[in-house]
Design a protein. Structure first.
Length: 284
């Protein structure tokens, strides 16, 4: 019954952590605005304010950008460098805010204060950052061993056809996806342990993450697998909805913005359900 308890309790914990979720959303929007506002101003100066809605209405048209002339090169350079900086900033911000979110889910009460959220975020930031870097490195190593090594061995043999190689890649891809929940569980259990214990003992938390993952493997694994599937389907739904929405006025763009933010909050809620479910399994 641990499996069902993780879902129900995780959802309850996420609902009680709605303040933390909204703080997560507000901070993320603030960071994104640092990048998007200068880019919007740059594009408006290059192609004119009216072109934005026309671009969205008619679909993506590369010629609109290639016709920018001398403005095209600096704009693309700005987008590339800005996007990389944005990813880096989001990675740090993600680990910072997760500290407050995990602490809120651990507290499991509506009266959780914003001050507690930011104090926990600051206290757990470096530990969470190290955990995520280590787990990502372990995941990359596992992917190399699972996917890269078999492909290299097959190619070294020189007798495999393209069809056989494609079948091997497809099978290895499925195996890699099935391994992914294990590392996500290790990361979540480690961060849950840090939020509930000594936040400075990072390596001990990772050891606990592996121990807890395999101690309750079936309930933990299938909980995480279902959450990954649900989150993946939601992302596909969001992409389809936003791609089909074509605003033709300023009001339409504003509604698109509101819709995208609502969907982003739902995405954060699903992530909180996942974290809350792991927190529940940790306490069982």
């Amino acid at each position: 019954m641990k499996f069902f308890k993780a879902f129900t309790s995780g959802a309850v914990r996420a609902l009680r952590s709605i303040k933390a979720i909204l703080l997560f959303w507000l901070m993320t929007i603030a960071v994104l605005a640092v990048f998007t506002y200068p880019l919007k101003s740059f594009i408006n100066e290059a192609m004119g304010n009216s072109m934005i809605t026309n671009l969205l209405d008619e679909g993506f048209n590369l010629t609109l950008f290639t016709d920018l002339g001398q403005a095209f090169s600096p704009m693309m350079s700005y987008i590339t460098s800005g996007f990389l900086i944005l990813l880096l900033l989001y990675f740090f911000l993600y680990n910072f805010l997760n500290g407050g979110l995990f602490d809120s889910l651990k507290a499991n009460k509506l009266s959780y204060k914003p001050g507690d959220f930011f104090r926990s975020s600051a206290r757990l930031f470096l530990s969470y950052l190290v955990v995520m870097v280590l787990v990502i490195l372990m995941l990359l190593l596992a992917m190399v061993l699972i996917v890269g090594v078999p492909i290299l061995i097959q190619r070294a043999g020189g007798s495999a056809t393209e069809e056989q190689t494609w079948k091997l890649v497809s099978v290895l891809r499925i195996i890699a996806l099935l391994v992914l929940p294990v590392f996500l569980l290790v990361a979540d259990y480690s961060r849950t342990w840090l939020a509930a214990n000594d936040y400075r003992k990072v390596f001990k938390s990772i050891g606990y993450g592996f121990k807890a993952t395999f101690k309750t493997f079936f309930s933990s694994y299938f909980f995480m697998l279902i959450m990954i599937i649900v989150q993946g389907l939601f992302v596909m739904l969001v992409a389809k909805v936003l791609a089909s929405y074509k605003p033709d006025t300023g009001g339409g763009l504003f509604l698109l913005f509101l819709l995208s933010q609502f969907l982003f909050i739902v995405k954060l809620f699903l992530r909180a359900v996942r974290y809350g479910g792991v927190t529940t399994l940790y306490r069982l």
